[in-house]
Write a protein that binds this ligand. Structure first.
Ligand SMILES: [Zn+2]
Length: 70
């Protein structure tokens, strides 16, 4: 099951392991106030993962044609 960093409408931010259906059906509740009005917080892990495809491209592509990366 994936981990979610969630932010409650009350301002509480918490990390919880839940299935995708738990999240879609709003079965996850804030541990502080019990609300299910939660939004996902994008963590550093998510940011690194989203940058991975771009990182495969060689920064010196204009010099090496990408050969140095393979
Ligand atoms: Zn709350």
């Amino acid at each position: 099951m994936p981990f979610y960093d969630l932010k409650c409408s009350c301002g509480e931010v918490f990390n919880i392991m839940a299935s995708m259906s738990d999240r879609e059906n709003k079965r996850i509740k804030c541990p502080k106030c019990g609300s299910n009005e939660l939004e996902a917080v994008f963590t550093n892990v998510n940011i690194i993962q989203s940058k991975e495809p771009a990182g495969a491209e060689c920064p010196n592509f204009h010099k090496c044609g990408g050969m140095c990366c393979h």
